[in-house]
Design a protein around this ligand. Sequence first.
Ligand code: PLP
Length: 469
Amino acid sequence: MDNLRNLSIAERDAANHLHPVSSIHDVLTNGPAVYTGADGVEVFTEDGRRLIDLGAGLWCVNVGYGRAELADAAARMMRNQSFQHLFGGAACPATAELAERLMTQFRETVPTSDMARVFFGNSGSDANDSAIKLVRYYNNLRGLPAKKKIVSRIGAYHGVTVASGSLTGIAGYHKAFDLPIDGVLHTACPHHYGFAHPGESEAAFTDRLIAELEEMIRREGPATIAAFIAEPVMGTGGVFLPPEGYFPKLQAVLDRNDILLIIDEVITGFGRTGQWFGCGTYGIRPDIVSLAKGLTSAYFPMSASIISTRIWEVLTATSAETGAFMHGFTYSGHPVGSAVALANLDVIEGDGLVENARRQEAVLLGSLRDRLGDHPFIGDIRGVGLMAGVEFMADRGAKTPFAAGTAPHRIVAKHATAGGVLTRALPFLPVNSFSPPLSITEGQIEEGISRYAAAVNAAMPELQALARG
Ligand SMILES: Cc1ncc(COP(=O)(O)O)c(C=O)c1O
């Protein structure tokens, strides 16, 4: 131990810790970046710097860091009911209250939906795993055991477990893990700026994608396809907004082929798009909704899977013969997580954070466009609510991308960190993303984006060298 005390945090960490979604080589070569605290929209580095976190961690700290209400709720519940498992029909007050509140919130803010029950888990990945299992269960109980395949999209991010990692449509998450597993298909990415043909309108692009999906369904056979999974706005892929008419046309095809729609609201849930849920923003009628992140603003690991009445009716009708629903986690509906989620919902409501996200959309996008709209290496700036993306191009006029394997957005993100602001460098396309706490003020956005713009300029010599190839 004495020896250990003489080592820095970075040294002790690098010597023992396998970091999630990190380059092992970089951590061993450069050491980890050590953060020691956070408050409001800022995180603190070990050497005493304060960085504006325009990512809210991983799109998750919706109420901002350090809210005493959430900490107090957790402490109170840890004293009163530190744990209660909910297997075998057990219940506890906080989880019952959270289930009721979530269902009410969802029904009221997504009038297109018809949802019946909520199941709780621990992470976005396991919520999507639960969705896959629910889809299998539903079709087995309906006597359709061949109807099992799930269609996801290229560029999608749905998590990293064996099943949810297979739904993810980004090659880096599959490489050397033998993913995707059988039974997962990936259809086209609905990113108009990146993948439309020259001159193709958004509506025509949507029609082409929907036709491709119909062709896939015909080829595979509708009797083999159980569900389609989609983020309302694709986050990790690159902040891709649905092109014109996408969800209504998608739903029509799914309905015609008796295919369920799983909506992954792990990022978009709880105000991120300027409404409570992305399903409300885009008028979606989901069969299963995956929630995590903003449910507790990441103060406690917790997820939720909300299921529709049509699924619930099949489950209830067959329950007596099928026996118990044998799916659930030790921590499903954890009372401490439930108490934190309730306190989090109080803050979102009490502070008007959904309204703030809606109001600040114009500030975030306006600030990015004013400062960087004409930048020679930035092809597109887009977003909704408090999520935005900046996509880099080697030649914006000709829409020539930077060479494969290069990472202009990582260079910029590095300069941004050095300049006092955190943005994320995404793994699919060269995009920096912005998803600040929903509590952010106009002044904080302006300050953060001005630091980001300075970082883009500081990166110019490296970007010019990359563009020259
Ligand atoms: C849309 C979406 N789904 C699922 C996940 C996975 O969540 P987790 O990392 O909690 O497993 C994420 C995480 O970023 C996400 O963005």
